[in-house]
Design a protein around this ligand. Structure first.
Ligand SMILES: [Zn+2]
Length: 231
């Protein structure tokens, strides 16, 4: 069965870290009716959080009180509280990082957090165990498949590619032109802070324009891509 009972192709985006450039990125996504999932570290969303973020220091993060409605219409998902290398932590610390992020994000955004992206893309078997215990439905890695297969190793989910992949254009044509029997998911990930120059932004907008407004594609958040698809 196809996506949302109707489509044999779906496109979803995944952006990490809740950077201030998400504001401009979301303007572009909304302009082209595209949907994304934003993976957030709750210790950086509010100044009052008791734990301190400790890894990515050069990122200007979104402050929830300034932008409470920014992610409306998209999905918010977990990215751990502090962005650690999860595989380096004890079992209980792994669980705290993920579960407290789920709890805090739910308190802010008002819905159950069932998705996640791995900080640095790194994990071990114990992380996968914790994901299952916490009912994380899908957890994005950073390992590109360069393919459009519907994920078959959940909760781990490997993306098609990063949005700055050098052959993105070619891959996009392959997806758009496919006359497919099997359902196809084009899953693109990145960080808004990787859009540095005006040329970067223009290229990204050209990409969004190219994939948008097609009646054979389901444009969805990560959660919708997983939940609204049946085999
Ligand atoms: Zn990250």
């Amino acid at each position: 069965m196809p996506f949302n009972n109707n489509y044999k192709k779906a496109i979803t985006f995944s952006f990490d870290d809740g950077n201030i450039d998400d504001v401009r990125l979301i303007e572009i996504l909304n302009k082209y009716n595209l949907k994304a999932t934003f993976n957030l570290n709750s210790s950086m969303l509010a100044d009052s959080f008791v734990w301190k973020y400790n890894d990515i220091k050069d990122v200007h993060h979104i402050n929830y009180s300034e932008f409470p409605d920014l992610y409306n219409g998209h999905e918010v998902a977990a990215h751990t509280v502090r962005h650690p290398h999860l595989e380096s932590l004890s079992y209980i610390a792994k669980k705290n990082e993920i579960q407290l992020d789920q709890i805090y994000l739910k308190a802010l955004y008002g819905y159950d957090i069932c998705g996640m992206a791995l900080p640095f893309g790194s994990y071990d078997d114990e992380v996968v165990k914790v994901l299952k215990e916490l009912n994380i439905l899908y957890c994005r890695t950073t390992k590109p498949t360069y393919k459009f297969d519907v994920p078959d190793c959940l909760p781990l989910l490997h993306p098609t590619c990063h949005f700055r992949y050098k052959d993105l254009d070619k891959l996009t044509d392959e997806f758009l032109n496919a006359q497919n029997d099997e359902d196809m998911l084009f899953y693109i990930w990145g960080h808004s802070y990787e859009l540095v120059t005006e040329e970067n932004w223009a290229e990204f907008e050209v990409f969004c324009s190219k994939i948008s407004n097609r009646d054979d594609i389901y444009y969805c958040t990560n959660k919708e891509a997983i939940l609204n698809h049946t085999n």
